[in-house]
Design a protein around this ligand. Structure first.
Ligand code: GTP
Ligand code: MG
Length: 267
């Protein structure tokens, strides 16, 4: 078990419920089974964050699936104040039974909520949204939050946790999806390989994405040929016409993460 998983397992015992933050762009890949075992019987609110980066009509199916399993699910844009109120109400509603129980027993203390999820899904951003200020550190890469931190929001105490990388991935495809969205430490990734995987995925599911983003036709071309064209568009040619794979792949993946290739769902 990873250090972060062990910490969560200990802290979860102190909490009344879980806010589980997922990246809406890879909703199922963010649902690692290993994490759920440690939430044992506590109410969970599934927060599909970064909702601005997916097509709402396409995401509706995912949401429907969750709701049909009687899971509490909500979509949010962590960086927009508009999401704050509905999220707060969803959390309080999910913990209604716990609140009642405390009331009956005469216990007066704030509800404690663990905010958990894979790295870079927006946990700290969500906490700042609920606090109405920048109390938790955020950043656009995996591993920004290094240690747990309690923050008070009205009658709630929220526990920010470091993103938990599960000990194993449910599948290789899910691991690739998580790499695309920046939930896996970039230092261990081969960005050129990842770029080729992305080209393959876009060819299958979002045929026009590269044409719209870069004006590149992909028909009848290998993934590497498409990658070379992207490198050219990005000005990543070295002397003699050799492409700078490292720079090109980094710029390409970054475009994806910033939403510049359009709204892409990895399912
Ligand atoms: N487009 C978009 N970006 C978001 C949203 N929510 C968070 N972000 C960005 O995503 C990045 C990661 O956010 P964090 O809150 O640091 O994520 P985290 O889950 O706390 O990450 P770790 O602490 O590293 O596990 C930051 O650059 C945020 O600004 C959102 O709804 N939409
Ligand atoms: Mg964080």
């Amino acid at each position: 078990m990873t250090r972060a998983m062990r910490m969560m397992e200990e802290q979860v015992k102190l909490c009344d419920g879980i806010v589980f933050v997922l990246d809406a762009r890879a909703p199922f890949a963010c649902l690692n089974k290993n994490l759920f075992k440690i939430f044992a019987h506590r109410p969970v609110v599934y927060v599909f964050n970064k909702y601005d980066l997916v097509e709402q009509s396409e995401f509706a199916k995912v949401l429907q699936q969750f709701k049909s399993e009687n899971k509490r699910a909500i979509t949010t844009v962590g960086t927009s104040k508009k999401s704050a109120k509905s999220l707060y109400l969803e959390i309080v509603n999910a913990l209604n039974d716990v609140l009642e129980k405390y009331k009956n027993k005469g216990i007066k203390r704030p509800l404690r909520i663990m905010v958990a999820g894979l790295p870079n899904t927006g946990k700290s951003t969500i906490i700042n949204l609920l606090c109405g200020g920048k109390k938790a550190k955020t950043g656009d890469k995996a591993g920004v939050t290094k240690d747990k931190q309690w923050l008070k929001v009205q009658n709630l105490e929220l526990l920010d946790t470091p993103g938990t990388t599960p000990p194993s991935f449910d599948s290789e495809t899910n691991a690739t999806f998580l790499a695309f969205i920046g939930s896996i430490n970039d230092d261990i990734l081969d960005f050129t390989e990842l770029s080729l995987e992305l080209i393959r995925y876009l060819n299958q599911k979002y045929k026009d994405a590269l044409k719209q983003a870069y004006g590149i036709e992909t028909d009848e071309k290998t993934e590497y040929e498409v990658f070379e064209e992207i490198a050219k568009v990005k000005g990543c040619l070295r002397k003699g016409g050799v492409i700078d794979e490292e720079r090109a792949s980094s710029l390409f993946i970054n475009d994806l993460r910033k939403g510049k290739l359009g709204k892409i769902l990895f399912v």
